[in-house]
Design a protein around this ligand. Structure first.
Ligand code: MUC
Ligand code: MG
Length: 374
């Protein structure tokens, strides 16, 4: 008898961050993980996770909506179905539920973890096999204070943890931002690459002014300077400047990627499993980028270890990406809910071994951090 999906449980888990994480649209003191525990009729369990940033301030799904929409709509579509055919399950979710990619990503991750455990294969092996097992990881400096960010950068360089940094800007005026970024770049010099993420905060005219100054300061990459849906403006900025543009909120999945590429965009795409509705969708976007000659970057929604590991398995199947990855989410959190944390060393992270994701839950920690009234 083929195994079927027997139950899907969703839990909200609130983990404090190691310091305030300040973005243009929100300051985070805590990250909420939506944990999915999917069990099959043989008693095997698959784990999945979804996160977002700052409630509803980053995107159209909140932790609570992800949990609610899985419980009310997506789980009933999957319960009783065979676990054997992920493509069929994915198509079923696509057919009956519009959007809600973060929720779908958590479920797809749990299905991949389950299938890997059943077959004795890692998720990367299920996705065709790993081409790299140590992936570069940058760190985001976003304390909101220039000197604190500089101290943090030197600490991470000295620990050989990270050698590229992304600065979150856009919450302050453009002149203050340029001063902040230039001071950090001047302090680290050639020891580190510095990039910025504006998270859509600028209009095009402000972006032209800001990027010109940032280019002079030696910034390596400018992420999502303008609003997500203003593709034409992003294409113009990419044409105008030598410093490349990284599309993040502007590109969720392969269709967005195709549209941007067809409009003449050059630069790079941030892949995120959440934006694309799961690891498979993110890899579809990667194929579009590769076909169009657009660079790749392994992006995060500041997931915990489960979500981060799912993304790492997907990114591992690709050749090393032009802009590396930012899969540092677990390092921003004070604690973890897994038995064995990810191993970060030599400016990168090791892909976990073992069947499925290769991650085991710590039930005591989970009981401690899970939201009690969810
Ligand atoms: C984003 O927009 O890139 C990724 C790193 C970080 O600090 O925030 C996220 C979101
Ligand atoms: Mg971004």
């Amino acid at each position: 008898m083929p195994a079927t999906i027997a139950s899907i449980e969703t839990l909200l888990v609130d983990l404090p961050t190691i310091r305030p994480h300040k973005l243009s649209m929100a300051t985070m003191a805590c990250q909420t993980l939506v944990l999915v525990r999917l069990r099959d009729s043989d008693g095997l369990e698959g784990l999945g996770e979804a996160t977002t940033i700052g409630g509803l301030s980053y995107g159209p799904e909140s932790p609570e909506s992800i949990k609610c929409n899985i419980d009310a709509y997506l789980a009933p579509l999957l319960i009783g179905q065979s676990t054997a055919n992920l493509n069929a399950l994915r198509a079923r979710m696509q057919r009956h539920v519009k959007a809600n990619g973060f929720a779908k990503s958590a479920l797809e991750t749990a299905l991949l973890d389950l299938q890997g455990k059943r077959l004795g294969l890692s998720v990367a092996e299920l996705l065709g096999g790993a081409r790299q097992t140590h992936l570069p990881v940058l760190w985001t400096l976003a304390s909101g204070d220039t000197q604190r960010d500089i101290d943090e950068a030197f600490q991470r360089l000295d620990d050989r943890r990270h050698c590229d940094f992304k600065l979150k800007i856009g919450a302050n005026g453009v002149d203050d931002d340029v001063r902040h970024v230039s001071a950090i770049k001047a302090a680290v010099g050639e020891r580190a690459g510095i990039r910025v993420d504006v998270n859509q905060a600028w209009d095009e005219a402000t972006a032209v002014r800001g990027i010109a100054a940032l280019e002079d300061a030696g910034i390596a990459l400018v992420e999502q300077p303008t609003p997500a849906r203003q593709h034409a403006g992003l294409v113009r900025l990419a044409e105008r400047f030598i410093v490349p543009m990284l599309a993040d909120e502007a590109v969720n999945d392969a269709i967005d990627g195709f549209n941007l590429a067809a409009s003449g965009f050059s630069g790079a795409f941030a892949l995120k499993i959440a934006k694309a509705g799961g690891p498979l969708g993110a890899l579809e976007l990667a194929s579009v980028a590769q076909a169009a000659g657009i660079g790749l970057y392994g992006g995060t929604m500041l997931e915990g270890t489960i979500g981060t590991t799912a993304a790492l398995h997907a990114w591992a199947t690709l050749a090393p990406m032009a802009w590396g990855t930012e899969m540092f989410g677990p390092l921003l959190l004070k604690d973890d809910i897994v038995v064995e944390p990810l191993h970060y060393h030599e400016f990168g992270v090791e892909l976990p071994k073992g069947p499925g994701l290769g991650v085991t839950l710590d039930e005591d920690k989970l009981a401690f951090y899970r939201r009690k009234d969810d």
